[in-house]
Design a protein around this ligand. Sequence first.
Ligand code: PEP
Ligand code: MG
Length: 581
Amino acid sequence: MVELQGIPVSPGVAIGPALVLDGDGYRIPRTFISASDAAEEYARLREAVDHVSKRLEANRLETAKVAGEDTGDIFAAQLQMLHDPRLHAELGRRIRDENQSASYAVNRVLHNYAAAMRRIGNPMLADRAEDVLDIEKQLLLELGAVTRQQLTDLSEPVVVLSHNLTPSETANLDRRYVRGFCTEIGGPGGHTAIVAKGLELPAVVGIGSFLDTVGESDQVIVDGDRGRVIFNPDPETLASYQQRIEQRLSLNARLAELRDLPAETADGTRILLGANIEFPHETTACLERGADGIGLYRTEFLYLASSEEPSEEDHYQAYSQVVREMNGRPVVIRTLDLGADKMGKRPLAEQEHNPFLGLRSIRLSLRNLDLFRPQLRAILRAAVHGDIRVMFPLITTIGELRQARMLLNVVAEDLHDAGVPFRADIPVGMMVEVPAAVVMLEHFVREVDFLSIGTNDLAQYTLAVDRSNEYVADLYQSSDPSVLRLIARCVEVATESETPLAVCGEMSSNPGRALLLIGLGVRNLSVPPLAISRVKKAIRSVSIDQCREIAERAMTLEAARDVDMYLLDRIGAFAPELVVD
Ligand code: PEP
Ligand code: MG
């Protein structure tokens, strides 16, 4: 049994056989052969080398003909590597002496070569490393290794172990078979984590390098509550985790009874408890758990979950479905928040050095009107079917807000002129997720109908901590006193100006932090569907005065850690069943 610690990003426990992917998305074929099969396995490798060699030679001739000898030489260098006697000696040794399968040996040896080349730090050698990995891929394909593509073609339950998973790869995981996942890199606030919660897949990220130590089909436990990953558990550990799964199911069944009860404090203050969704199908989970509406619909996942760019009609169908299914409850559609860690198939920006500070979100939408306009048209069209509100993300300057609003008006005029049914009088809001917007909030509130605080980004930009970076995960805390002060200021400005205010960042899905927000004066929270019953339970366990006391005390503390310890203590007192041991 091996136990590793990572960052818990999506709660719950998953148990299942490992499906291991390496850094390039190839399944690592960590398999062994019997000693008597070694000669045959080596012959299989020689045959694969022959095929790849022929292909490279053909590529070399073709490229030389079209682009000149120099360009063709790229393949000559790869051919030289492929036939390197030291490479073959090492592959042969692994197959014969260590009984590794040919594909496992190829994967390990060529990855080690590439890593050594990259470590030297010479750009020419770094390029060579890519060539080595290209040879590896070709050999693995010849040897029958499986690519990431086939993650959608699973037929049995698995736990995915990978170097990394992007938000769109996570969105495309086959939920019928993938029980959970863990990755070597990744931070607590990245969108991969958010998608995992949306899909209700237990997940642990930022574990550090571990893929070499685990084999295909090894049994894995993913403890998404505590950030633990256990390989080949002993029977006792396995039994204790199976028991945790049972306990969780019974707690969920008890919490499910709250579905039709309002999210109100014990003394009757009503809190609006909405849900954050990434996909239209999540409305089912929202209704099952009694959400008061959709507080945040992350529409960029329409791009990320599909290989084709969505058309206006695709947007329209998705929004209409969501608003119809929510049956009169409000649906806040956030316009595209692409960029940074969320990039679709079509590259919308050049590679950036600091993508979270770059052409992201509303900035990207305003510069890609062929992307933005169809979305705005679809929102206004879908609004005829129910209570749709639109919200712009990452607003930093008043100019951006005005530009976005202006475009919305232009689009409305176009629809009017074309005689297409639509509604123009929908509420228009902005996300408050950049400190600059908090500082200037008195100006923004004059030009919006509502505000929604995005604590995920607000924490990232206030604390100067990349939300998806495991190395600074301990610094990424929405309960940091500096973030709390910014939120308190938002509440103040919103109250004075009578602007409705919600909090839709992940902060509100933590029961203790949710009570703190309520104590600060927030009356509208939006959380992932899987958190609704827990947050509702916490709200129903306290009075509004107790929330105020929590907020007052928290505001005297100096560090996020102190705030969280205090909140844990309070939740332990008010709703002990919500505390994960
Ligand atoms: C946020 O930043 O808090 C937020 C809700 O938006 P996202 O997590 O999609 O960036
Ligand atoms: Mg955000």
